[in-house]
Write a protein that binds this ligand. Structure first.
Ligand code: HEM
Ligand code: HEM
Length: 171
């Protein structure tokens, strides 16, 4: 899509899915340890506790929802385009934002795909790669949040406002 054809705001679906993914990632954070216990018990042929079983299965369902939501969001972004980056922002900041977004999408796809592959093949090494990606994901999310706040408070760009549900910002 050319720069002139860019929409002034994110689509409602895109904003909704952004915050849905945030909530789902927080759930995965809370359940991660239980999933690790559930996984170990499953591999060793032991009966996992009730809580580990419940949270283990919900980890799988929620993680799969993250994958679906990220895929829909990316499709929506390519179909409707994304609002332009703030022209007043320095180039390095715009570049850093782009790199961060690419890394976020890569990790939002890689984590559930590795998790599902480990689950359906029973491969503990793949599960290890899945668990290993968690800290990089947290680090990139921290950078992303810091960037969003810097854009808002330092560069005074409209980026954060247009990601807030209900605010229809015209660029
Ligand atoms: C974006 C989605 C997901 C996130 C953020 C996520 C996050 C996590 C976290 C934080 C842990 C605990 C790591 C640890 O304490 O060592 C974990 C473990 C695990 N997750 Fe996920 N997960 C996601 C999706 C999935 C999906 C869809 C599956 C499919 C079955 C899955 C399977 C597993 C398995 C098997 C483990 C145990 C790994 C191990 O102990 O080696 N995850 N996940
Ligand atoms: C789990 C946590 C989060 C994830 C995985 C995440 C993911 C993403 C991704 C992938 C994009 C890029 C959209 C695109 O270019 O298609 C994005 C955009 C954005 N996110 Fe997040 N995000 C998270 C948390 C947050 C939080 C807490 C804030 C607010 C402080 C925030 C503010 C924004 C803003 C303002 C944009 C739009 C940037 C722009 O218009 O250039 N995000 N987010």
């Amino acid at each position: 899509m050319s720069a002139t054809a860019r929409p002034a705001a994110w689509s409602r679906l895109n904003v909704f899915l952004h915050w849905t993914i945030v909530v789902l990632i927080v759930c995965q954070w809370i359940q991660g340890e239980f999933m690790a216990d559930f996984w170990d018990a499953t591999l060793e042929g032991e009966a996992p506790g009730r809580l580990a079983t419940l949270l283990g299965y919900s980890h799988i369902v929620i993680g799969t929802l993250v994958l679906i939501a990220a895929a829909i969001r990316l499709a929506d972004r390519f179909t409707h385009g994304r609002p332009p980056l703030d022209a007043d922002e320095p180039q390095w900041a715009a570049m850093l934002a782009r790199v961060t977004h690419v890394l976020l999408y890569a990790l939002l796809f890689a984590m559930p795909i590795l998790g599902l592959t480990a689950w359906f093949t029973g491969n503990d090494a793949i599960a290890g790669y899945h668990a290993f990606l968690w800290n990089p994901l947290l680090a990139v999310i921290a950078l992303h949040v810091l960037g969003a706040l810097t854009q808002h408070f330092w560069f005074r760009s409209p980026a954060l406002k247009r990601m807030i549900p209900g605010i229809r910002h015209s660029a």
